[in-house]
Ligand binder design. Sequence first.
Ligand code: HEC
Ligand code: HEC
Ligand code: HEC
Ligand code: HEC
Ligand code: HEC
Ligand code: HEC
Ligand code: HEC
Ligand code: HEC
Ligand code: HEC
Ligand code: HEC
Length: 324
Amino acid sequence: MKNAEPYRRIGSGMRANILKYLAVALLASAPLALHAQSGEETVSKYTRKGADTCLSCHEDAAALAIFATAHAVPLDPRSPFGHGQLQCEACHGPGDTHAGRVRRGAERPPLIYFNERDNTAVEVENSMCMDCHASDVGIGWHAGAHAFDEVSCADCHQSHARVDAVTQTSTQAEVCAACHQLQKNETLKAFAHPLFEEKMSCTACHGMHGDTVAAQLARVTLNDTCYQCHADKRGPYLWEHAPVSEDCGLCHAPHGSNHPGMLTQRAPLLCQGCHSQDGHPSVAYEDDGLASAMPSRYLLAQGCMNCHSQVHGSNHPSGTKLTR
Ligand code: HEC
Ligand code: HEC
Ligand code: HEC
Ligand code: HEC
Ligand code: HEC
Ligand code: HEC
Ligand code: HEC
Ligand code: HEC
Ligand code: HEC
Ligand code: HEC
């Protein structure tokens, strides 16, 4: 449906209006390469005067903000406002019926609004953007949970904002949290990655546009994702602790937890989830905090790590039990 009839309406009818806004946006410098495409009459449903038509009714700051974005670059032929492009309609779709006369009391026919009000399928909305961005977004998009659950590009991206919040480390997490409250809650626990302190983005760990990796992680494995920043935990160690090289998530909650070190559980429970009493007794505490049947010095202060301090692996020649 889109761009089937390009070029036809950026013509001599292009009024000072649009030029004015573009000129302001460009600090009045660049020569505008918007040439006449005279005389074509077509049956296309794109408006003849493009943005000028739209702006005759939509002159509010929100709509005009598009001219402060990367999309309003007249000298870039790939841009919606580049030469021969469809301007507003490159994204909003053909708009002549929307822009035309409407009988008193009748509803104005919608074009693509990117919200619930226009009954446009998300796939159609996304295809407007994909026309130009298929290669940026990548084929992984179609395999991802967002595409599957009909999340639209516009759910994350603000096209009319000078600064698109989802692209900024300081504001991204809030955009995601609009839908992912659960992860936000985890992140607000006592020990967490500083996602809502404007220091880290969700996309430090997650691919932004989808892929076939479990949980849409940014790297092929969970551990590779963590090693980006915690390279010291990669080893190689002389004495490895098997679960560490296997999956950091066996002991850590990636978004946050109420246990120090973002652990999924506290020691000794954490360790006892996998370790029996082999080697030395390590029976668990009762609810009252006292050791159960067999008191054990190994459980004092609940601290397996008091002795096994090198829980991620040891490089000490005699560190086989991860004690040094
Ligand atoms: C004759 C005036 C007029 C013209 C021209 C016009 N619009 Fe509209 N537009 C409206 C009105 C009025 C509404 C609100 C309709 C409603 O609430 O149902 C609207 C709604 C919209 C919305 C949805 C806003 C929202 O909050 O959901 C978008 C997007 C939009 N127009 C884009 C465009 C584009 C792009 C063009 C140019 C192709 C255009 N309009 C041309 C009058 C116009
Ligand atoms: C790059 C794609 C794109 C272009 C170009 C574009 N829009 Fe939009 N527009 C959107 C999206 C997406 C939304 C939904 C809100 C958002 O994501 O910011 C939107 C929302 C709107 C709205 C309703 C909400 C608001 O912010 O006021 C109006 C009105 C509108 N656009 C008018 C226009 C007009 C007029 C033009 C041309 C001057 C234009 N748009 C160009 C993508 C675009
Ligand atoms: C007519 C082509 C075209 C359409 C349609 C289009 N874009 Fe773009 N978009 C571009 C160009 C060109 C750039 C600038 C790329 C560059 O500078 O490398 C861009 C840049 C972007 C950027 C990066 C912005 C930045 O500040 O770097 C985002 C995000 C984006 N577009 C999202 C969208 C979304 C979402 C839609 C649909 C609502 C959309 N685009 C529709 C051509 C388009
Ligand atoms: C889950 C949220 C989300 C959705 C949905 C989404 N994006 Fe993005 N997009 C991002 C994030 C985050 C970035 C990264 C910005 C950065 O790091 O600079 C980004 C970056 C971009 C860029 C800039 C170029 C690049 O690759 O860095 C373009 C273009 C873009 N997105 C287009 C789209 C289009 C088109 C769609 C719909 C098919 C879409 N996005 C859907 C979150 C999203
Ligand atoms: C408009 C709502 C919405 C927004 C905004 C959104 N998501 Fe999602 N996301 C979903 C839905 C729906 C799913 C699929 C169901 C689920 O797993 O919860 C999903 C799934 C995911 C998944 C799981 C993927 C998988 O394969 O299991 C990750 C990771 C994710 N989103 C990250 C993000 C990040 C990061 C952002 C912000 C850049 C974001 N989302 C923004 C709605 C959204
Ligand atoms: C430190 C890395 C990291 C950061 C930062 C991060 N995540 Fe995750 N996320 C993960 C890992 C690892 C998983 C997989 C957990 C698992 O498999 O149990 C995951 C899983 C998810 C899932 C899927 C949950 C499920 O059960 O399928 C969603 C949704 C999600 N994250 C959203 C977010 C959002 C939103 C943000 C930002 C507020 C964020 N993540 C920040 C590492 C991270
Ligand atoms: C983009 C960089 C980055 C990535 C990727 C990353 N982290 Fe972190 N991590 C940090 C930063 C920064 C801190 C320090 C937070 C602080 O001091 O408040 C941290 C702290 C931690 C802590 C200690 C928390 C505490 O309270 O002492 C653990 C455990 C942790 N990360 C585990 C992981 C795991 C597991 C992964 C992979 C799922 C991961 N990290 C991925 C940057 C990252
Ligand atoms: C067998 C359980 C276990 C596994 C698996 C594990 N850790 Fe840990 N990690 C711990 C314990 C226990 C602590 C100490 C918590 C404390 O400070 O009380 C810790 C602390 C940390 C810390 C903060 C203190 C420090 O040493 O820097 C980071 C960061 C960390 N782990 C990252 C990782 C990464 C990355 C992985 C995966 C490569 C991983 N961990 C795998 C148990 C584990
Ligand atoms: C997810 C399961 C798991 C968790 C949780 C876990 N471990 Fe391990 N641990 C293992 C496995 C598997 C080995 C390797 C056993 C082997 O090679 O026979 C191992 C090895 C060890 C060894 C060396 C034993 C030897 O004979 O070489 C020590 C010491 C150890 N773990 C301590 C701990 C401590 C302390 C904790 C809690 C912080 C902990 N482990 C948590 C699975 C786990
Ligand atoms: C007081 C110091 C200390 C504490 C506390 C401690 N350990 Fe140990 N642990 C050791 C020493 C020393 C060895 C080596 C024993 C040997 O070589 O025979 C050992 C050995 C192990 C082994 C290897 C067993 C084997 O068969 O070789 C595991 C597993 C282990 N400890 C787990 C734990 C767990 C889980 C906890 C917490 C519940 C814990 N330890 C608390 C000192 C301690």
